[in-house]
Each structure stands twice: as structure tokens, then as C-alpha cells.
Write a protein that binds this ligand. Sequence first.
Ligand code: HEM
Length: 231
Amino acid sequence: MSCFLSNSSLGKKLVMSVTGCFLVLFILFHMSMNVTAIISPEAYNTICEFLGANWYALAGTVVLAAGVLIHFLYAIILTLRNYKARGQRRYAVTVKEPGVAWASKNMLVLGFIVLAGLLLHLFNFWSKMQLVELMGQHTNSLGYSPADGAALIRYTFSQWYYVVIYLVWFAALWFHLTHGVWSMFQSVGWANDTWYPRLKCIANIIATIVFLGFAVVVLVYFFCPCLAGAC
Ligand code: HEM
């Protein structure tokens, strides 16, 4: 079984598909949780406190980190294999729709942008929250409590360049998800002529919900901080 997952192309795609599905579920959960920060910053901070440096939150972080790492490593291995196998025809793709073809050809580049954004994001938030708690400190480098996620969101998105960087990051994630979610189903053999357009539509809807859910938090905190309880 482990040989199948690491040696065969289908096995690798299956690993990408399962880790991708897990990451999409996390992203949907994370996005829903963030929207709470607009409705009630207090409720958001209560959730942040619940997901602090407790054993279950730490276990979640470790599983999540493993998911990202495996997804990323297998993506590199698969892309290199495809690159070698296709030679001069490496830009040939089977899908015809222009938007899909663009995202499918650029999945690794989009993945790198998503990962770079994630590293910056972990520096902005995780290193000032869960890591601070793990180190046994009561305030982070900005002077906030490590459970005060709302204050950190307010601080981060009061700076216009973070608004721009995060929106670009979400756009890269949108493209990555439009192809990724569809491809996830295809790898488990679910895309035929009937289901192809339906799955494509489902992928677009999920990617758009994720984009809008994350973007609305950034924009509300930047343009109307009073709505988010800052006044
Ligand atoms: C408006 C956008 C976002 C906001 C306000 C936000 C907020 C946060 C906050 C407050 C934390 C720290 C949680 C803690 O340490 O207790 C966090 C962690 C994290 N975020 Fe985000 N996030 C956003 C977008 C994203 C996106 C788009 C992704 C993925 C593509 C993402 C992935 C993560 C990951 C992987 C962690 C670490 C989770 C853990 O420690 O288990 N975030 N985010």
C-alpha cells in the first residue's frame, strides 16, 4: 500500500487528492471562523482562546502542518515527473476551457504563491498567538494578549500594503482551488462528460466562497473598523 502511494502516479495523485480535501475543509472552517470577527470580535476572541495552546489545538496544528508538507512535496514530485515525461509537449493539457487550462498549467507556481503567503500569514498571526502561548508569555511583541485575535486582525489590516498582499494571496488561492477542487474529484475517478461541468461549477463556487469570506474580513477591518468594534 505504501509503495502504491509513493511509487505509482495514481497513488501520488490520490495522496494529493486526500491532503487537498483535508486542506480545503480546514480553509472552509478557518474562513467561517474569521467571518465571526466581523459579527462579534468578542465571540471571535473566545474561539481563539479555545483554540490556543491546548493539546487538541496543538495536535490539529501538527496534523495541518503535515498535510501542507505532504501536499507540497507530492506536488513537486508529480510536476517534475510530468515535466520529464512530456518533454516538448509539456504544456499540453487535456482540458479545453481557457480559465481551467491556465490554472492547471500554473498549479505549482500558484502553490508556491499560496505557500509564501501562508508563511507571511503565520508570521503575522500564529507567531503572535499560539507560539507566544507556547513560550509561556502573556503578551506578544505588539503588547496584545495572545488570544486577542481581533486586535491582531485590526492591527494587520490597518496597513494598506497588508490589505493588498492578502488580497493577491486570496486571488492565487482562488485560482489554485478552482483547478485543485475539480482535480481532487477527477483523481478519484469521478469526472466523466456529465460530471465534468458540474464538478467545475462546484469547484468555482467553493473557491469563490473562500475568496469572498476571507476578503470581506480584510476589507471590513480596513474600511470600516468601527463595524468590527474598534470605536
Ligand atoms: C482574512 C484572512 C485571515 C485571517 C484574519 C486569519 C487569521 C488567523 C489567525 C488569527 C490565526 C492564529 C490562530 C492561533 O494561533 O490561535 C491563523 C492561523 C492560521 N491560518 Fe489564518 N487567517 C486568514 C487567512 C488564512 C488563509 C487564506 C489560510 C490558508 C490558505 C490560512 C491558514 C492558516 C493556518 C495554516 C494557520 C495556523 C493554524 C494552526 O496553528 O493550527 N489563514 N489565521
